[in-house]
Design a protein around this ligand. Structure first.
Ligand SMILES: CC(C)(COP(=O)(O)OP(=O)(O)OC[C@H]1O[C@@H](n2cnc3c(N)ncnc32)[C@H](O)[C@@H]1OP(=O)(O)O)[C@@H](O)C(=O)NCCC(=O)NCCS
Length: 174
């Protein structure tokens, strides 16, 4: 369990299949996500396979929830390379708290850099997902390349230090 000030990240369970399907199936949120048009049963099977990856520490899929247990999103760390991790499947629904985006991003970086010990993080964002590109650039991510559809980013522990200091108080870290 990774704890922010107003939200926490807990590992996905099979029982979350319906929530994940609803979230990823919601047109308000899925414009820039890869399509996952599957049944709840197939989602459960996917989660069961994922749990094996989790045990091997190859992937971590979290539900973002309020402290009263209200589910407000998902986020996932995956594609672990020798010194770098990737994160994505990042969605927040209408139940999110004001700073859920900042809190969940900081928690992902803390977990990846401090707990798992990675030196670097890599991820990509659809070019036309303007708000999310802006979010990452404000956060300190470096755009290091592009494909036809995506911008490719890297971020290092030192890049997030200023965000940690600036928002530590709001996020309950100081
Ligand atoms: C991606 C997603 C989780 C981001 O969450 P979000 O709540 O929209 O994030 P925001 O950029 O609005 O940031 C939340 C708040 O933090 C603030 N914030 C963000 N970065 C900040 C920064 N560096 N400094 C100061 N404030 C910052 C924002 O201004 C906003 O505050 P406000 O509501 O008072 O304006 C959400 O938009 C989502 O689910 N999108 C659909 C799925 C998706 O596209 N996922 C990404 C795939 S790569």
């Amino acid at each position: 369990m990774l704890k922010g000030k107003t939200i926490q990240l807990r590992l996905v369970q099979e029982e979350d299949a319906e929530f994940i399907n609803e979230l990823r199936g919601d047109e308000k949120y899925n414009t820039y996500l890869s399509k996952s048009d599957i049944s709840v049963e197939s989602q459960k099977i996917w989660i069961r396979a994922y749990k094996k990856q989790e045990q091997l520490q190859k992937q971590f899929y979290f539900i973002i929830e309020r402290y009263d247990g209200t589910k407000c999103g998902t986020v996932r760390l995956y594609d672990f390379k020798t010194n770098s991790f990737c994160w994505g499947s990042w969605i927040l629904n209408h139940e999110k708290t004001r700073y859920a985006a900042l809190e969940s991003a900081l928690l992902v970086y803390e977990f990846g850099f401090e707990n798992l010990g990675f030196e670097k993080c890599h991820f990509d964002v659809r070019k036309n997902n303007h708000a999310v590109n802006k979010f990452h650039e404000k956060f300190g991510a470096r755009c290091i390349g592009e494909t036809d559809s995506d911008y490719l980013y890297e971020i290092y522990p030192e890049d997030i230090k200023s965000m940690e200091i600036r928002y530590g108080k709001i996020l309950g870290k100081q």
